[in-house]
Design a protein around this ligand. Sequence first.
Ligand SMILES: Cc1ncc(COP(=O)(O)O)c(C=O)c1O
Length: 402
Amino acid sequence: MAGYLSETDFVMVEEGFSTRDLLEELTLGASQATTTEMELVQRIGVPASKIIYAHPCKQIAQIKYAAKHGVQLLSFDNEMELAKVVKSHPSAKMVLCIATDDSHSLSHLSLKFGALLKSCRHLLQNAKESHVEVVGVSFHLCSGCPDPQAYAQSIADARVVFEMGAQLGHRMHILDLGGGFPGVEGAKVRFEEIASVINSALDLYFPEGCGVDILAQLGRYYVSSAFTLAVSIIAKKEVLLEQPGREDETGSVPKTIVYHLDEGIYGLFNSVLFENTCPTPTLPKKPSTEQPLHSSSLWGPALDGCDCVAEGLWLPQLHVGDWLVFENMGAYTVGMSSLFGGARTCHITYAMSRVAWEALREQLLPAEQDGDAEGVCKPLSCGWEITDTLCVAPVFTPASIM
Ligand SMILES: Cc1ncc(COP(=O)(O)O)c(C=O)c1O
């Protein structure tokens, strides 16, 4: 055993100490030690006044963290959450998160988050009675929403909630449009199309000069296109599709090639689970038109039948050690897998053209010299936009290999 086990591998407990005692100690420590996203954001210089703690279901330890660090804006969508905030952060200002019509979205977040319109008056009343001010409304149309009209409907719903709030004496001045904006070229619905629907709805329900600040929580829009993932094939085999009636005209049974990758749906490809996507690789070397294509599937390293990254692909014959390249892998990949406790095994290389770096440095330098904390967090957005704002030729492709 020597060499395998050492005293430092264990928490030493005294005689009579039960598993329940240990759990109590561990869970208490875990919630107090939580590294929060708020901490991360503040560390890069974002002032507390610009942070909304937007998760409608919060840990009490994190509500206390918000109170201690001056984060005043918090979201809620139910009475219980409001009561938690009243108790742990009585000076908080609340944003009421409303449910959306996400029946066309890839995943249905409204089952989990967002107050129904019919509950809003009651919640606003409850906040008033608890002496908590509700200063705005938010919604989040789940990612991959193919119907831009859903944004217009949510904005119209928000208007109704603003009216209710005003009747009850809440001074509401924030409308938070959430996320869900596509971050890749060739998305089913283009960003510009969504923006146009949103602008028309805002003109109607929250016209300019109405005193409402409009904001959004862009996620994938900023980061999807920023990362390219390269994964190698670690094993391969041919599998006969031996179901009855599967023979072709020549009587031979069709085959599929199963490739094993060192990443799967429990790691960087978790968007397959999360959003039902089918990642399609490109090959570093373009295959010639004469190369025959074979029915192929890609599998992750987990020893279960669910870890399927992609099926039904037609690829040329590939070999162990070949690399497959997946574009637009910046959102819901590394972040999600580490969020759910996955070990970060991938290597990330950040790349930027010198021209872009020089232009970026010029933008950042004055803020760094002033020590102006707000200046430091100028919005640096996705590659396409940076090239526009910085007036440099679009040579900046923030393609990184993870
Ligand atoms: C409340 C909220 N806002 C914004 C986002 C970002 O969404 P997206 O990456 O689709 O823009 C999320 C993602 O889960 C979210 O839960």
